[in-house]
Design a protein around this ligand. Structure first.
Ligand code: PRT
Ligand code: ZN
Length: 292
């Protein structure tokens, strides 16, 4: 019997493709590309990768053809709006960040969602938009397009749009401003709500746990410093996302200690300046390679 393998679907090409492969490699999986470019097999674990259009990933995962998928939360949420549809988000992956926003021409006077009443709003996300409008108690006409939504107001096909925004450059180039956020999005790991074969499930659990480690260590830093004992409460307060730091004695000093902490959030220059102001010295910030 050939050993069972976990199948994971990622985007073939596009904004999430490269980062998805990077994440898998960072999790310690060695990839061999198939001759067709449409698949990879993992050398050191029973895992196969399929490279697909992102729009097809939720379907394959829901149908159980693939066990896991990497896709934008926007794609998953559009598919599951109004019900789980057999899919669930396992974890956010920390890349591909954007938001689904309602935007209108700069001249539009917006005073809250009520201002959208009676408008025609163009989008490729009709379910999410409709859900947002219903929750806001607004009746508007949802105009579903396949793409190039940002030109709809100029062509007078719509009064407003609902589209993904990351830098905002596309909106600006089209004379539009974002008015409201419908969904905050990033790449997510998705799986079916059905239970997996126990052997496959064990591989999926191990992969998920490794992904958590990679994502958690992305912004995390190991911070070390010396500090007056009296400054400890203030220093603990400043360290971003650190919990309780490790405090160690310094040889021959009663008034000062060494402080070590894992900061789960970004450590900025401002953080270091604040630590210095609180009395810390010899501050070191080190990258963390793996975390579990
Ligand atoms: O071929 P396939 O169907 O697989 O790919 P696709 O063309 O449908 O998707 P792709 O590669 O464009 O995006 C994949 C995923 O990346 C999306 O589903 C989102 O989860 C995520 N993502 C992150 C984005 C953006 N940022 C983004 N900016 N997807 C699209 N955009 C669009 C945005 O709508 C705008 O039109 O990019 C344009 C530029 O954005 P600005 O704000 O930076 O100007
Ligand atoms: Zn797509």
């Amino acid at each position: 019997m050939t050993p069972k393998r976990l199948h994971i679907a990622i985007q073939k090409s596009g904004r999430l493709a490269e980062r998805s492969l990077e994440l898998i490699r960072a999790a310690g999986y060695r990839l061999n590309r198939s001759a067709s470019d449409l698949a990879y097999s993992v050398e050191n674990a029973p895992i196969d990768l399929w490279c697909l259009r992102d729009d097809d990933i939720p379907t394959f995962v829901a149908d159980g053809v693939a066990d896991l998928g990497v896709v934008g939360r926007n794609v998953l949420a559009e598919r599951t709006a109004g019900g789980s549809n057999g899919l669930r988000e396992v974890m956010p992956l920390g890349f591909g960040r954007c938001r689904l926003a309602i935007a209108a021409p700069q001249s539009f006077a917006y005073r809250g969602p009520g201002s959208l009443q009676g408008l025609r709003i163009a989008t490729t996300y009709p379910n999410l938009l409709q859900q947002y409008l219903s929750e806001a108690g607004v009746e508007a006409r949802v105009v579903t397009m396949r793409g190039a939504v940002e030109v709809a107001p100029r062509l007078t096909l719509a009064d407003a749009i609902c589209d993904l925004v990351s830098t905002g450059a596309t909106l600006e180039a089209n004379g539009l401003v974002a008015l409201a956020t419908v969904l905050e999005s990033e790449a997510v790991l998705v799986r079916s709500t059905r239970s997996l074969d126990p052997d496959i499930d064990a591989v999926a659990e191990s992969l998920t746990s490794r992904f958590r480690g990679v994502v958690a260590s992305q912004d995390a830093k190991y911070v070390m410093m010396n500090a007056p004992r009296s400054a400890l409460p203030r220093i603990t307060e400043i360290l971003p996302g650190a919990g309780a730091p490790t405090v160690m004695a310094l040889a021959g000093r009663d008034d000062a200690v060494a402080v070590h902490a894992v900061c789960q959030e970004s450590v900025f220059w401002e953080t270091l300046e604040a630590l210095k102001e609180a009395g810390a010295s010899a501050i070191l910030v080190l990258p963390i390679e793996k975390m579990m």
